[in-house]
Design a protein around this ligand. Structure first.
Ligand code: EPZ
Length: 427
């Protein structure tokens, strides 16, 4: 298995092109199921999960074609066509490798009136149930049956009537499945306490481009008038706000300065405010964000929260950065129950972090020493990379397949701004 080696201590400086957003791509791709016309997505990130999703769509009879792009270009163009679907089942062996596969549930019911999807199971950061996905679809008229590790959802008469559902807690994925199913329901659907993440807005914009009728885009109340059919579209995936935030932390932790080209500040306001509180200088320009360390980092205390709050997907990266702040920070993780897997690995590099329940006290400034460490989940892996960039000596990060799920050509992007980083294979 590949590993990443980093020899820390270099200040990063230069420009990093921000790729298309993984968490938007994974909900835009299944929209191809909602129409028999071609759907073309531009600025798709080159990520393992995007490739896996393409293979999943092929399972249903969707043709996928990737247009050639220059090797130095980031992002890809993929055209999908679901002229006629040959299956409505997402098998366990695919779903278990990529839990975002559950996002075919809504579009399959929306197109075929039924879906059979393997239950995704948990992952490193929590057991991540899908009860809200199912309750929302039931509120729209779906009949749900659970058997042998699969969920079978059926629209009586082949088409959902639509309905009203109030989410008891904010759920990005459940909001996405409900939106995609509502787009072609017979009647109107109202979703309350819906997720407002930028990726939800991206999904609404694509569905509207395909002919859907959605009111309240960007708010917690979405009203969807079902359409008999949707048409194809060409749509550009939004920039990845978590990738951008991760590289902003890289500039901060190395005492450097980076231009995040293509980043959208309005998608990541809470991250930018927290970085400024930590003493980092943020300059927003047309189409990019400039992030520059400006003297010693200051401690910051915050809790993760649904958008527009501080993103849970930024918690691990922020924690790595705060190990270098002058003083104690307190981070509280309110979204997932087990999202501190990076803590023991950071501690092995010299970080002083004390976890009590949902909160972690990060005492800085702790000098970090390079060490062999192991990635456990996507964002934890990035926190180890950030620590390695600031550590004295060499850090080896193993199990980096976690990283490849969410960061396009990470070592290339970091090498280009001065990091001493390379990917080595075990041969
Ligand atoms: C999406 O996951 C993202 N993944 C996650 O990013 C992100 O951390 C999360 O939203 C929160 O922002 C993708 O978009 C592919 P949720 P999702 O449903 O949809 C509970 C990354 O690192 N819940 O908003 O699965 C759940 O257990 C990944 O890029 C239920 O209880 O997140 C969690 O505690 C990690 N029942 C909370 O809600 C449900 O039916 C939020 O989950 C659904 C969720």
């Amino acid at each position: 298995m590949d590993r990443i080696l980093i020899r820390g201590g270099n200040r990063l400086s230069g420009r990093i092109a921000i790729s298309g957003a993984k968490n938007s791509a994974l909900t835009l791709l299944p929209c191809a199921l909602l129409t028999d016309e071609p759907l073309t997505l531009r600025n798709l990130p080159r990520l393992a999960d995007v490739d896996s999703f393409g293979h999943l769509l092929n399972q249903f009879g969707v043709s996928t074609m990737i247009e050639g792009t220059r090797p130095d270009e980031f992002g890809r163009v993929m055209t999908m066509r679901a002229s006629r679907l040959t299956s409505s089942t997402a098998p366990y062996d695919i779903v278990r490798k990529m839990r975002a596969s559950i996002l075919v549930l809504g579009p399959l019911i929306g197109r075929m009136g039924e879906a059979t999807v393997s239950l995704p199971g948990g992952c490193a950061i929590g057991n991540r149930p899908i009860d809200l996905h199912l309750k929302a679809l039931e509120a729209m008229g779906a009949e749900i049956e659970l058997a042998a590790g699969y969920v079978k959802a059926t629209a009586p008469g082949g088409r959902l009537p639509g309905g009203r559902f109030t989410f008891p807690v904010v759920s990005v994925g459940a909001t996405e499945n409900a939106l995609m199913a509502a787009a072609t329901a017979k009647g109107t659907t109202v979703l309350e306490n819906a997720a407002r993440e930028p990726e939800i807005v991206d999904l609404c914009r694509l569905l509207i481009a395909m002919g859907a009728s959605i009111d309240g885009v960007g708010t917690e109340t979405l009203t969807i008038e079902g359409r008999d059919r949707l048409h194809g579209a060409t749509y550009r995936v939004m920039p990845d706000r978590i990738e951008a935030g991760s590289y902003a932390c890289a500039a901060a932790i190395t005492g450097g300065a980076l231009e995040l080209v293509g980043a959208e500040a309005s998608d990541m306001r809470a991250t930018l405010v927290a970085l400024q509180e930590a003493g980092v200088t943020i300059t927003e320009t047309a189409g990019s964000i400039h992030v520059a360390a400006n003297g010693p980092l200051q401690p910051v205390s915050l809790s993760t929260a649904p958008f527009p709050g501080f993103a849970t997907d930024m918690q691990a990266q922020f924690m790595a950065m705060l190990t270098q702040a002058d003083g104690a920070s307190v981070l509280t993780e309110t979204i997932f129950e087990n999202r501190y897997m990076h803590v023991p690995e950071l501690a092995r590099m010299g970080a002083d972090i004390q976890v009590t329940g949902r909160s972690a006290v990060v005492r800085g400034q702790s000098p970090l020493i390079g060490a062999p460490v192991m990635a456990t989940d996507l964002r934890a892996s990035m926190s180890l990379i950030l620590a390695g960039l600031a550590a004295t000596g060499e850090t080896q990060v193993s199990r980096i397949y976690h990283l490849d799920r969410g960061y396009e050509r990470l070592e290339e992007k970091l090498q280009a701004v001065g990091a001493d980083i390379e990917r080595v294979g075990d041969g």
